[in-house]
Design a protein around this ligand. Structure first.
Ligand code: PEP
Ligand code: MG
Length: 839
């Protein structure tokens, strides 16, 4: 059903309180008098009850209950702050009549207060009533200099007419469409994020309502808290010139996601027993399988260090600035981590980035600060309110997202406190036991010898589960409070496949687990043995299979997986999260350690690829509207020559077959500039210098680059994003960001030809190299070296062993003439099927 109704141009806020209405300038507080929180009126109260000045939703009600923020139905946000510096009363003398999130009607009592107590304890009784989103509304009339009673007109607002967009909005009709939620799992995190992202393309104000709850479509967090389940009636309303178009697009997106979800493999079944139901066998705890596998180890409780939270506000301005700074710091850390590691890790960090920038969370926190809270308390209140809403929906998929929010709460609180979140040191064989494990805690354990994870809460689809799966570590979740009684240091058997944790197992159980582990290890060993043979096709064509490494400790295990060297050593780990750059000596030690672990196999060190999505704490770059098109990679290196020189000098000190790889090269000017530095540093040493081909310019000029570079390495992650003009971190575009797009393949072919003509090696070190459907195409296009995550080496070698060059060249020739990545995938799947290829 579609209906159109006319826009109401202005609306009036009624006096919420009996008293004398005065200009805001009379408030003896620069924050209010200076309009830092917005414009409005101050009331010197006679009455003791604060009423709703309009219909709306209670958006902020701090624990101290001395202020209320209301969001009017037309989006105006009104802060009513009873007295000045009344936060210090800690709630004494105040009684709330509504809860946060409540829908209220005009005139409804919101809170009562003890006027006599305030008169003796507060700095002033003056009660500011301000509109906090003054960028969207202007006050056209206000009542001052006279007594008012609840219900009297106090402030008349009009949607801001100062900008074209606002004027257009205020004149536009509202388009409303009702639909039945088609998503099989309801409006959970991923569709919420995609809807929020899609809405950015429109100017209209768009709201989604489900039952009594309403949400701004641009806030994924708010959308999730609607708890809109499958089959529920949902109302989309939009106001603005492109409102109808926006609604049509959102509706189409919902249908599209619904079709995808219906087609998707259903989520992995939960373990046999629900969390609460404990095993009758003594010493056995049950849980939900979050990641499969078997481990014998010792239980280790993670120490839960809590950040210090300042309780007292130093004034709204200072607290808002502190919160902004902390949010920016956490965002930078997330951005830095999001660019590397396995896909699921990147996805999670990207989702956290989206949560961190969520307008609803930020607005809640700002409202709490405006009401007198410190930045830490405000952020905690904002997060907890959303967490409570998510948990209260009674749907596990929504509740699991609460972990992510709590994780962000902790990270931001640590950033505000100026402390670092502790990184635990674990003994090897540790089965980590925790109430819940936040994704950032889990990422902090990467590289540690963790044997398994057990959490009292969480579930099979939480991020922690995804990360544990990616780490190849068994994990159980939703084990209930009983888990937390597990003694630290107890011997345990974690059989995640069966959903069981045995605490203090007897000899028979230990022996059975040991023999099961031995059988698995035997199979893995056989796979490894096959992976040790040099990479190549069935017809004998040699294809080198190398490893991408991002830390020193990864090198030796990579060799064990059959890596024939390192085709890409990402050196960002040495630089990120540091207050000062690593010295040449420190770097030389790290690079030598990798070279030693590779034991004579080639080591390709990529110079620092910072900037863009990986900012450096010690060398901040100016704000860039488009960081992906900004000072990143070699551009940043040439701009900070001392950094680049120190790094190149360290690489040149490596004793062993080392090569230098330059990121984000566009043309010969870049290559020559870097080569000059290398020549100055080591005039007599011929270290091969190669370039990443990850911009369209480099691919188009591959013939020139191949003549002067010693090797070319295709960075297909970036090349794909730049060729298709799709941000590699864009959640909605992710499914279409496919390196098998014929446009990308044509450029890869061009690089293959240029390298063949110049007699230089062409390799691929982007994610495409590990894609079983891509392997024959890359080989067919002239690539003779592939560098992939160590865990992918055995599988890739097996895939290559089943191919021959003629077939690869034939599919490559056909692929470049197809019209889409999907068609390319379908064609390869049909002609050269691969077991394990993505469906
Ligand atoms: C690439 O862009 O493909 C690449 C390997 O570099 P990174 O992923 O580190 O940007
Ligand atoms: Mg890259």
């Amino acid at each position: 059903m579609k209906l159109v109704r006319a826009e109401v141009a202005t609306f009036t806020l009624e006096a919420p309180l009996a008293g004398w209405a005065a200009p805001l300038d009379e408030a003896p507080d620069p924050v209010f008098a200076g309009r830092m929180l917005g414009d409005g009126v101050a009331i010197d109260p006679i009455g003791q009850t604060l009423h709703a000045p309009c219909d709306g939703t209670v958006f902020g009600l701090p624990a101290s209950r001395h202020a209320v923020t209301l969001r009017a139905d037309n989006g105006a946000e009104i802060l009513m702050h009873v007295g000045l510096e009344t936060v210090a009363l800690g709630g004494e003398g105040f009684e709330a009549h509504v809860a946060e999130g409540a829908r209220v009607r005009r005139g409804q009592p919101l809170l009562s207060f003890d006027l006599d107590l305030l008169a003796t304890r507060a700095r002033s009784l003056l009660t500011p009533i301000v509109v906090t989103n003054g960028d969207a509304f202007e006050i056209v009339e206000r009542t001052t200099g006279r007594e008012v009673r609840p219900g009297d007109p106090l402030i008349t607002l009009r949607p801001l007419a100062g900008t074209a967009a606002r004027a257009e909005l205020s004149e536009a009709a509202m388009v409303v469409e009702e639909l039945v939620m088609p998503l099989p799992h309801g409006l959970h995190a991923r569709p919420a994020a995609r809807l929020a992202a899609r809405a950015q393309a429109f100017r209209a104000e768009i709201e989604v309502a489900a039952g009594p709850r309403r949400a701004d479509v641009r806030s994924a967090v708010a959308l999730m808290t609607l708890g809109a389940g499958h089959g529920q009636a949902v109302r989309l309303s939009a106001r603005g010139a492109d409102g109808a178009e926006a609604i049509a697009a959102l509706r189409a997106l919902l249908e599209e996601i619904a079709a995808e979800e219906r087609a998707a493999v259903p989520p992995r079944a939960a373990a046999p027993a629900p969390a609460a139901e404990q095993s009758s066998e003594p010493g056995v705890l049950r849980g939900v399988t979050a990641a499969p596998g078997l481990a014998i180890g010792v239980a280790v409780r993670l120490a839960e260090a809590e950040p210090l939270v300042a309780e007292t506000s130093r004034g709204a301005e200072a607290e808002i600035a502190a919160l902004r700074e902390a949010l920016a710091k956490v965002a930078a850390g997330l951005a830095a981590g999001a660019g590397s590691g396995h896909q699921s890790r990147q996805d999670i960090l990207a989702a956290h980035q989206a949560f961190l920038a969520d307008p609803d969370l930020r607005a809640r926190a700002d409202a709490a600060i405006a009401a007198g809270a410190s930045a830490g308390i405000a952020w905690r209140e904002a997060v907890r309110a959303t967490v409570a809403a998510l948990r209260g929906l009674g749907d596990a998929r929504f509740a699991e997202r609460a972990d992510d929010l709590l994780d962000l709460e902790r990270q931001v609180l640590f950033a505000l406190s100026g402390e670092e979140a502790p990184r635990p040191q674990l003994p090897s064989g540790a089965v980590v036991v925790a109430d819940e494990l936040l994704p950032s805690q889990l990422l902090g354990l990467e590289g540690a010898q963790v044997a398994g994870f057990c959490t009292a809460r969480g579930g099979a689809t939480s991020h922690v589960a995804i990360l544990a799966q990616a780490m190849g570590v068994p994990a159980l979740a939703a084990m209930g409070e009983g888990l937390l009684k597990t003694p630290d240091g107890a011997a345990v058997i974690l059989d995640a496949d069966a959903g069981l944790l045995r605490v203090g197992p007897d000899r028979a159980a230990l022996e059975a687990a040991q023999s099961a582990l031995a059988a698995r290890a035997g199979r893995r060993e056989a796979d490894r043995a096959a992976a040790a043979a040099p990479g190549g096709l069935a017809d004998g064509t040699r294809i080198e299979v190398l490893a991408n490494l991002g830390a020193v400790a990864e090198a030796a295990p990579a060799v064990g997986q059959g890596a024939e060297g390192c085709g890409l050593f990402r050196t960002e780990f040495l630089y990120l999260d540091r207050q000062a750059p690593p010295s040449e000596d420190e770097q030389a030690v790290a690079y030598q350690a990798v070279a030693d672990a590779l034991a004579g196999r080639p080591l390709t060190v990529r110079t620092l690829d910072a900037g863009g999505d990986k900012p450096l704490a010690f060398a901040p770059t100016p704000h860039e509207a488009n960081p992906a098109l900004g000072l990143r990679g070699l551009r940043a290196g040439l701009r900070a020559p001392a950094l680049l020189r120190a790094q190149l000098a360290a690489v040149l000190r490596v004793d062993g077959p080392v090569r230098i790889l330059l990121p984000m090269v566009n043309d010969l000017t870049d290559l020559r500039a870097a080569r000059r530095v290398v020549a100055e540093l080591a005039p007599g040493r011929a270290v091969p210098v190669g370039v990443m081909v990850e911009t369209p310019a480099a691919a188009l000029l591959a013939d020139q680059l191949a003549r002067e570079a010693d090797f070319l390495s295709l960075g297909t992650n970036d090349l794909t994003q730049y060729v298709l003009a799709m941000d590699r971190e864009h959640p909605e575009l992710a499914p279409r960001l496919d390196g098998l797009h014929p446009a990308v393949l044509r450029l890869i072919g061009r690089v293959g030809e240029a390298c063949a003509a110049a007699g230089k090696p062409a390799s691929v070190c982007g994610g495409l190299a590990a894609d079983p459907l891509a392997a024959p195409l890359l080989v067919g296009l002239g690539v003779r070296s592939l560098s992939v995550a160590p865990a992918a080496v055995p599988g890739l070698k097996a895939r290559l062993r089943a191919l021959d060059l003629a077939a690869c060249e034939a599919v490559a020739r056909a692929a470049v003439d197809l019209t889409s990545a999907e068609d390319v995938r379908a064609m390869v799947r049909e002609r050269l099927p691969a077991s394990g290829a993505p469906a």
